[in-house]
Design a protein around this ligand. Sequence first.
Ligand SMILES: Cc1cc2nc3c(=O)[nH]c(=O)nc-3n(C[C@H](O)[C@H](O)[C@H](O)COP(=O)(O)OP(=O)(O)OC[C@H]3O[C@@H](n4cnc5c(N)ncnc54)[C@H](O)[C@@H]3O)c2cc1C
Length: 398
Amino acid sequence: MDFTLTPEQEALRAEVRAWLTANIPDEWVNQIVGRADVPRAEAYDFMRAWQRKLYDAGFIGLTWPKEYGGRGLTFMEELIVQEEMALAKAPPILNILGVGMAGPTIIAYGTEAQKSRYVSKILSCEEIWCQGYSEPNAGSDLASLQMRAVKDGECWVISGQKVWTSLAHVADRMMLLARTDPDAKRHKGITYFLLDMHLPGVTVKPLKQLTGDAEFNEVFLDNVRVHESEVLGGVNNGWAVGLTTLMYERLALGFGLQVRLRIALDGVVDLARRMEKDGRVITKDRIMRQKIAQLWIETEALKYTGARGITKLLKGEMPGPEASSGKMIWVDTHQRMQELAMEIEGPYSQLTRGSDWAVEGGLWQYTFLRSRANSVEGGTTEIQKNIIGERVLGLPKD
Ligand SMILES: Cc1cc2nc3c(=O)[nH]c(=O)nc-3n(C[C@H](O)[C@H](O)[C@H](O)COP(=O)(O)OP(=O)(O)OC[C@H]3O[C@@H](n4cnc5c(N)ncnc54)[C@H](O)[C@@H]3O)c2cc1C
């Protein structure tokens, strides 16, 4: 990838840098809202407002077409903005699944009506999206999903259960996969729907995680009538459409999340500068310094791995299976980073939110526990290894 910037790109960097300096809200800088990378309930309103602000300023969806609220720029400009976000320690957005997955998939497969109806509202955070793929018996083996959709006049009548659906409790729309032809081969009879979460028959039940937060949910559909105009990419073509979403998910996880990784690493360095062990500040400890340096190296490597994915997009190609390596390396680096934060805190690592003595209000305890899910969400590490083995290295099939 050629990192040389054009004068316009240099100007964009200066513009976004100045804008971020002037606009990152004080509540964030002064840690009044929870500073975790995943949206926490108490920060929803804040993140919604922040995303809207980014949208109004034109710093979100840079590569999306202008007619749907984007700026029609290249992934190089996106890279510049993401880098500046990391340097400025900018807050995350709320509609992460909409921006990372639903939007790009609708742009790729949507009808004109669908693009006009949905895309800009994703960017502006007017409509929050969730992803309804996993079911109780269909996770890694997604093609065994059982949710059924049966045609009745102009509508599809959908029944069944989804599980682990992040943000379903605040979502307006769902990227939904359901079986429309039970007689077809497993991968063939699936259709991708753009489901309105407010339709009668949709029930959302929160599930509590290890962190104590209920960030994901069970979602039950009981004879939900969905108009045929809400099919994305054609009936029984849901596997291809759904895989596109997953490619974008892995790309977003591998590339977008390296920005959050960098912000977290800077936080670990700050923590190490403030905490002491045996009367010595942690950054004086050689082993700790090496661990921090190693994480910095890996974070930088991840950035450049992400840049390789971007190069592909710049050439007009779709993100490929290499995105799996970005996701896998991000998981490993992030989990070790969180473990290091606990090590730096020493005995204080046992104190969580609610304790007067918890370091940074228990932020690192929360992010440490949350990071355990990283190797499961968005496709497990074992599955990423299978993909790399088969599609990148050409090894025999799993
Ligand atoms: C925090 C979080 C948020 C999530 N959000 C969403 C969401 O918004 N929407 C959504 O649809 N899903 C979501 N998920 C679900 C996630 O995608 C699944 O949990 C994941 O795909 C694994 O599926 P499973 O839980 O059914 O585990 P299983 O597929 O049953 O896997 C169990 C274990 O077996 C291993 N395994 C399975 N198959 C193979 C194989 N072929 N080779 C080697 N090892 C294998 C797995 O790696 C894993 O260790 C979320 C999960 C988490 C943890």
